[in-house]
Design a protein around this ligand. Structure first.
Ligand code: DGL
Length: 270
C-alpha cells in the first residue's frame, strides 16, 4: 500500500514529513534525484527525462501513485506525462493544485468558473524553470480573476540547501525577497513555490514582514492526499516497506536529511 514521493533532491522531504504525520498508516517510498539536482536550471526536456526515470523507479518499488513533490517537475513535465506517458493503472500527481485551491478559497474538485478572490497581490518565489513555465499563473487563471502575480526566480537557493550551506541560503532568500519587493512593494500573500523553501520559511516570513501570509505546500498537499486516498483507496500500491532512495551519495544525503527533519533518516542507493 505504498505511495511514492519524488523530488530532485531534499526539498520533497518537507512534503514527506507532512504526509507521514497526516497518514501514519501509509508507508511512503521517497526518491531524491540528488545526483541531478538542481532541476530548476535545466530545460523542460531534461526535467521530463529525469522525472519519468524517477517515477519508473518508484513504480518498481510498488507505488502505483506517485506525488511529484517538486514544483519544477510539476511545472515542466507533469502535463506531458499525464497526457501521453502514465499508464491507466498508475497515477502521478503534482503539488501546485492544492496550493492554488487554498489561495483561491476553493474546495477540492470545485471546477466552477474563475471568480474574484480576496487576495489581489501575490508574490511567487520559485526556481528559474518554474517561473519561466508560468504554470502557476496558468493554474491560477483557471480559478481566479484579478490576481496580480509577481514572480521572483530564486537562483542559487536550492543549490545552497542541497550543499547544507544555510548561511548562503538565508542571504539569497533575503536578497530575492528584496528584489521582489522592488517590483511589488506590498504583496498580501507569498507562495513558496518550491518544496525546498519551507526549510527557509521563517526567513521568508521575517524578510516579508508579519502582514504577508506565506503559503507553503507540505500541509496543503498532505490534506489533499488524504482526501484523494479516501476517494481512490485502490491507488495504494502493493509496496509495503517505507524506504528512502537517492541517486546521490546515500551517506551524504542521509546526513543532510537527518539535519533537516531532526530525526534519523537513512537513504539507500536507488
Ligand atoms: N524542490 C524542487 C521544487 O519544488 C527544487 C527544484 C530544483 O531541483 O531546482 O521546485
Amino acid at each position: 500500500m505504498a505511495v511514492g514521493i519524488f523530488d530532485s533532491g531534499l526539498g520533497g522531504l518537507t512534503v514527506l514529513d507532512a504526509v507521514e504525520k497526516r497518514l501514519p498508516e501509509v508507508p511512503f517510498v521517497y526518491l531524491g534525484d540528488n545526483a541531478h539536482a538542481p532541476y530548476g536550471v535545466r530545460d523542460a526536456d531534461d526535467v521530463y527525462e529525469l522525472t519519468t526515470r524517477g517515477v519508473e523507479r518508484l513504480w518498481a518499488a510498488g507505488c502505483d501513485l506517485v506525488i511529484l513533490a517538486c514544483n519544477t517537475a510539476s511545472a515542466a513535465a507533469l502535463r506531458r506525462m499525464q497526457e501521453s506517458w502514465v499508464p491507466r493503472d498508475k497515477r502521478v500527481l503534482g503539488v501546485f493544485v492544492p496550493l492554488i485551491e487554498a489561495l483561491t478559497e476553493r474546495e477540492w474538485g470545485d471546477n466552477s468558473p474563475p471568480r474574484e478572490v480576496q487576495v489581489k497581490h501575490v508574490a511567487l518565489f520559485a526556481t528559474p524553470a518554474t517561473v519561466s513555465s508560468r504554470a502557476f499563473q496558468r493554474e491560477l487563471a483557471f480559478r481566479a480573476i484579478g490576481v496580480d502575480v509577481e514572480a521572483q526566480s530564486c537562483g542559487g537557493v536550492v543549490d545552497a540547501i542541497e550543499e547544507g550551506d544555510m548561511i548562503l541560503a538565508e542571504a539569497l532568500v533575503r536578497s530575492h525577497v528584496d528584489a521582489l519587493k522592488r517590483k511589488m512593494p506590498d504583496p498580501q500573500a507569498a507562495i513558496l513555490g518550491c518544496t525546498h523553501y519551507p526549510l527557509m520559511q521563517n526567513i521568508f516570513q521575517d524578510a516579508l514582514g508579519p502582514d504577508v501570509e506565506v503559503y507553503s505546500q507540505p500541509n496543503l498537499v498532505a490534506e489533499s492526499l488524504a482526501d484523494y486516498l479516501t476517494r481512490r483507496p485502490e491507488m495504494l500500491g502493493e509496496g509495503a516497506a517505507k524506504q528512502f532512495l537517492t541517486t546521490g551519495d546515500p551517506k551524504r544525503v542521509s546526513a543532510r536529511a537527518t539535519q533537516f527533519l531532526r530525526r534519523e533518516i537513512t537513504f539507500e542507493q536507488a
